[in-house]
Design a protein around this ligand. Sequence first.
Ligand code: NAI
Length: 728
Amino acid sequence: MYKNIKFDVDGDGIATLAIDLDGQSMNVWNAALIEEFEAAVDKVLGDDKIIGAVVTSAKDSGFLAGADLRMLGDSGASPSVADAYKAAFNLNRILRKMETGGKAAKALVKGETTKPFAAAVNGLALGGGFELALACHYRVVSDSPKVKFGFPEVQVGLLPGAGGTQRTPRLAGIQNALQLCTSGRPIDAGKTKAQNLIDEIVPHGEVVAKAKEWVKANPKTKAPWDNKGFKFPGGQGAMDPRVVPVFAGAAALAQKMTNHNYPAVQKILSCVYEGSIVPFDTAISLESKYFTTLLMSAQTQNMIRTLFINKQAAEKGMARPKSVPKLDLNKIGVLGAGMMGAGIAYVAAKSGMDVVLLDRDEASAEKGKDYSRKLNDKGISRGKLTKEKSEAMLAKIKTTADYNDLKDVDLIIEAVFEDPGVKKDVIEKTEAVIGKDVVFASNTSTIPITSLAKNSARPENFIGIHFFSPVDKMPLVEIIPGQQSGDLPLAAALDFVGKIKKTPIVVSDTRGFYANSVVMPYLNEAMLMVKEGINPALIDNCAVHMGMPIGPLALSDETSQELGLRIMKSAQEELGDKYQPTGTEDLLEKFVNELGRKGRKSGGGFYDYPEGGKKHLWPELSKHFPPLENQPSPEEVKERLLYCQLVAVARCYAADVVHDPASADLGAIFGWGFAPWTGGPMSHIDTIGVDKFVETADRLAKKYGERFAPPDLFREKAKAGEKFYKAA
Ligand code: NAI
């Protein structure tokens, strides 16, 4: 009768609804499950032989991980507000029916009861899964360490929309509820119990049996808030002196943390506050209204599309050639144990692969392995890793200076000095020992893959895999096929990136590839502003207010002025007469060669980094770059910082450096931290309107220079009234 629920009734008349979403490894709410779940609830409520029910999951992967965002994401259709609200309220309505037995709240308050539903939670319960458990009258939870509860909705611009913003504060109090709903961070079973959000933690295999015991002992029940005189633990409403400061503090903190960029956070506060001064049924209806407002906004649609749908598709190998069967990458060779090689060895060993880490001598290779030791020790001291696990992981990294140790690896990643001669040498030595079908990938950041592949006896097996620093933290990886790369290296690169759980995008073999082609103009723009006399604090603060993780001047310090100068010099050498000055050449020369401010690691750049203290702008900056008397408005600075990135992305897309809007957006957010609330630069251009984007870019080009001029493709799109995502 059901495709997604295993429904049975035992001898005591207790039904079990074991959710087992058809064809999926993890349970999520989709339209089919919602419909079946209502039918199952109706069956329990309508059948006199059934005394109550246990709601559980038939999957080992967990309880239920939330709503299927593909159901909510860009469907192409634009429903009316009324229809959207009706759809958004549907799950709220069904869960409330389960909770009240379909009775009016008034009848329950007067003393009526309903049949008990107990949740038996065997694993992960996130978003709509957590809400399902909260709507049951009792929650029994497994003691497995895999159990986690949380509301991740906020991370894609949504709020918990199936009663989460209402049942959580009624059980755990307003402060805990705000924390859970606005942070998106999950908590473990112990903490969930301490907050009164679950009732019992029992041995893993006993959740259903214990839940049944409770149902049997409590055949007549109702939710606490359906009792007369129900009060929130810790206070509620606009006048209670216990919670007034909580709301005031939460509102201030939320704006500080989000810089007004994430409306979902503010709407969660509204749900919890307003929901605490109205009856429960009104409260869930207003929650669905706020949910609908968010869901229908372009910003949330952009976030869902990029941060969830397209991210997952990329990580599942959307760009992978189907002709190549999945590769067994169990052992990889990493050439060069410097900053990048050490990081690559760490992420590979951490994900279970054996690593041969090769450098010019054993000592240098060991030094690279020390990086993994250091990170593991940190993990151990924070209680995130056991000594045994650390040792097992470290045993996977074999350090060497002998190329013969590479003979049975499944993939090579090269990260030696950025010097064509050195790279040629290691390519030849490596290919002399590895198998014929083993893919050779280079992590070069500036040398074209096609020209490096000329040193290879098998250019069809050669490819670029470009990591970002620090490798263990940065989620993006660019994959760069050279002119002769075949399907095998692309498949191998994507399989490898999948194994280390990073987000891949495939880009063209051009100078700087994609991410650095945008980051450079962005950093340059900030440096030009410094030269103009714009207050450096204004520059970096505007970027952070716009949603960037750090300001561009602080980012320059991180990547180092020294590297900036080196890249500029090599571009000058390579391009000769064709080199187009950026206007920052003199500033970089001055920082590196005159002021000795080469970057954060060499003592400082735009900022000073006092040991043990907080970084602050270098006090002498204003001596070398006197500030303008009349500073521009923050809006002007923000517009410049935003558009220098948007235009650079647009040019990459127009020149096919990045092949599709989805990759451009993923690369921006996960590569250099482009404001996630936009869903990425291409999404943002669509949202602003391509015509508006072209108009603003032209205005900025007139004022500041050709570097802001939008590419022709965007003018054509603007004229045709087209968007990028519809077309894509
Ligand atoms: P690094 O200087 O920290 O490390 C290079 C390592 O290669 C050193 O340990 C060196 O001893 C070793 N090496 C040099 N010649 C060798 C040879 N003939 N045989 C074996 N090992 C040799 O450099 P880093 O920063 O790790 O960069 C490595 C590569 O990664 C470069 O191609 C660079 O362009 C690229 N890259 C660097 C990024 C960064 O942020 N530093 C980001 C992305 C790519």
